[in-house]
Design a protein around this ligand. Structure first.
Ligand code: HEC
Ligand code: HEC
Ligand code: HEC
Ligand code: HEC
Ligand code: HEC
Length: 269
């Protein structure tokens, strides 16, 4: 094969691979093309960029496409951006919390009650200041860092919040690990998992209040609830151990009975 042929093949292969992989992201749940992505994917600059950024996001991963946030009709290219089809356009800065809060209700509530929410439009951060707009990724305490938070004020209060939360989240991760172990052994952990999930969700939304005292108070309360979960796990552990002991005793008993029977039978033979 000459060089040209080789590169031709390579290019064809790459295109085939691209075709194989892109439609996955471009298809809606019903299997239809999302016209927002098809069209914006061909645009350049600030109108094309969102597509690439969004592709690496937690929203893309969970099937929330352009129309999930911006509204509009994802199935009709001619009327996609018609307000009559629910198109909202790009939100102004002060409209962003409500824009994201349509889905993240609990977070918006905490944010609204916070010093940040009260400073909206007057130097306070919005959701996208911390999370970005199109490449939104899974959130973690890593978002609380000196570089990001000191854009507007000192890091000291932010550090206190991060420390209180890191401790509690560490405990949650440890309990999560223990639950996973039990699940692996076939124990029904459904209720425990739901309990932990609910606790973790309300706790992570709480960050948005950015109130050092409140975060500390809630951390103490949640650590108390985690102790309850821990006691339940302890209980499961003990029941398991007893069941195992009972199992061992039963087997030993059966063996003993077999032995006795064997001896008796021998003495009669
Ligand atoms: C046929 C091509 C095409 C389709 C389909 C399309 N767009 Fe657009 N969109 C554009 C162009 C071109 C612009 C920039 C000019 C303008 O605002 O009309 C734009 C602008 C936008 C803007 C910025 C508007 C603003 O206020 O600055 C948003 C947001 C947007 N589109 C979202 C969407 C969403 C969501 C969908 C699908 C429901 C969609 N688009 C479908 C071509 C398209
Ligand atoms: C998680 C919600 C969300 C999703 C999903 C989303 N956007 Fe956006 N988009 C925003 C927000 C918020 C803004 C306002 C930007 C800002 O102020 O930072 C915006 C702004 C825009 C703009 C205007 C950019 C500018 O600089 O004027 C365009 C165009 C756009 N989005 C297109 C898209 C397209 C195309 C998709 C799908 C690939 C998409 N968006 C998906 C939240 C979203
Ligand atoms: C000052 C920075 C900042 C602002 C402003 C902010 N967030 Fe967050 N967000 C965070 C941090 C930090 C976490 C991680 C908390 C954790 O992991 O315990 C987070 C977590 C989240 C989560 C995951 C936790 C959960 O409850 O599901 C969502 C969703 C979220 N933010 C959405 C939003 C929305 C929507 C807004 C606007 C109303 C917003 N955030 C404003 C920093 C911010
Ligand atoms: C149409 C509903 C919808 C809108 C609007 C929306 N999101 Fe989301 N978002 C989701 C879903 C669904 C998930 C994935 C499931 C989850 O983690 O909650 C998610 C996940 C997230 C996460 C990761 C949560 C985690 O557990 O770490 C963050 C952060 C987030 N969104 C921020 C935003 C921001 C910022 C906006 C506005 C620019 C926004 N979302 C708009 C539905 C939405
Ligand atoms: C876009 C600017 C901006 C960014 C970025 C920002 N903040 Fe703020 N923050 C403010 C403003 C404005 C206030 C209210 C005035 C003040 O207390 O300094 C505030 C107040 C606070 C307070 C005091 C709240 C109270 O009730 O006393 C805390 C804590 C805080 N921010 C934490 C953070 C953390 C953590 C981050 C980074 C994840 C962050 N901020 C990023 C603007 C910002």
């Amino acid at each position: 094969m000459n060089g040209k042929g080789f590169f031709g093949c390579l290019a064809a292969l790459l295109i085939a691979m691209a075709l194989l992989f892109t439609p996955v992201a471009v298809l809606a749940a019903g299997g239809t093309q999302i016209v927002c992505i098809t069209c914006h994917g061909t645009l350049t600059g600030k109108f094309g960029e969102p597509v690439k950024l969004w592709q690496g996001s937690v929203h893309a991963e969970n099937g929330i496409a352009c129309n999930g946030c911006h509204g509009g009709d994802p199935a009709d290219a001619a009327n996609a951006m018609s307000p009559a089809r629910g198109f909202l356009g790009a939100p102004k800065e002060t409209a962003i919390p409500a824009f994201c809060g349509r889905c993240h209700v609990g977070v918006e509530k905490e944010y609204r009650a916070s010093a940040h929410g009260r400073a909206l439009g007057r130097g306070g951060p919005t959701c996208v200041t911390c999370h970005g707009n199109h490449r939104v990724v899974k959130a973690s305490l890593e978002l609380i860092n000196e570089k990001s938070c000191s854009r507007c004020h000192g890091f000291e209060r932010a550090r206190l919040i991060r420390e209180a939360m890191a401790e509690t989240e560490g405990q949650m991760a440890a309990i999560d690990g223990r639950i996973a172990l039990f699940r692996g052994r076939g124990v029904d952990t459904d209720r425990l998992e739901k309990g932990l999930f609910a606790l973790r969700n309300s706790y992570r939304a709480l960050f948005h209040n950015v109130d050092v005292e409140l975060v500390r108070k809630e951390s103490t309360r949640i650590q108390g609830e985690l102790k309850v979960l821990e006691r339940v796990l302890q209980g499961v552990d003990e029941t398991e151990r007893k069941r195992k002991l009972a199992g061992v005793a039963a087997v030993a008993g059966a063996l003993l009975a077999a032995l006795l029977f064997h001896l008796l039978k021998k003495s009669y033979d």
